[in-house]
Design a protein around this ligand. Structure first.
Ligand code: FMN
Length: 202
């Protein structure tokens, strides 16, 4: 589906892992290039290691959007300005990583009614135990998770000379997920635009 739009929707690719030596940054960079080549999004990129949010330190519920800290206001602006997301997540102890949960919890309405695609990686389970834990959290934030996903097994074997080199199957799954994100974004845009309008009015 080619989305009929004057300006391309913004897709924010979020790299969740932050540890020194992580493969996540390389998987994220590959996905960013893949999304740019797809051509239906204005692709932005955020590395949670660089964003360096503290543990959640806002006194009010994020639903109120009464943020006190500049780091929250900046994160809010970045997320509010995106129409769709891709979370690139590792699997740590059969779950997704704590840094991603913290970044999600900081905000609320900025995520709402927007599509999200999941890129996961790990060993034999390809990070799918992490994404299964992530999905109820994304439901709570009223995000629409694309059924098409990128699940990368034995990610270490796909690293060559410091870059992630996907198999054909992984590459094809990225294309399918991006197509679905474009479709969902087109369908959901009236909903999150209405929510933004409501916020401006209130
Ligand atoms: C704390 C920790 C827990 C891990 N737990 C799992 C796991 O449950 N399942 C799995 O497939 N791999 C697990 N691994 C291996 C990771 O898949 C692998 O180290 C991967 O590179 C982690 O992503 P990162 O390099 O972006 O941090 C774990 C790694 C770490 C550091």
């Amino acid at each position: 589906m080619t989305v009929p739009t004057d300006s391309l929707p913004t897709l924010l690719v979020v790299v969740a892992s932050t540890r020194p030596g992580r493969v996540g940054i390389h998987v994220g960079e590959w996905f960013r290039e893949r999304a740019e080549a797809h051509g239906q999004f204005d692709v932005r990129f955020v590395d949670l290691a660089e964003l360096a949010l503290p543990f959640m330190d806002e006194p009010h519920h994020p639903k109120l959007r009464r943020y006190e800290h500049q780091h929250t206001k900046d994160w809010s602006a970045l997320v509010a300005g995106a129409h769709a997301f891709v979370f690139v997540t590792p699997e740590y102890n059969h779950g997704y990583n704590a840094v991603l949960k913290n970044a999600l919890d900081f905000l609320h309405q900025e995520w709402q009614d927007k599509p999200v695609g999941l890129v996961s990686y790990g060993g034999i389970a390809a990070g799918t135990r992490a994404t299964q834990q992530l999905k109820p959290v994304l439901d709570a934030l009223r995000m629409a998770v694309a059924v098409e996903a990128v699940n990368i097994p034995f990610v270490a074997t796909l690293m060559q000379d410091g870059a992630f080199r996907p198999t054909d199957i992984v590459d094809a799954s990225a294309a399918a997920m991006l197509d679905e994100l474009a479709r969902l974004e087109f369908l959901l845009r009236p909903a999150h635009e209405a929510a933004e309008l409501e916020l401006v009015r209130s």
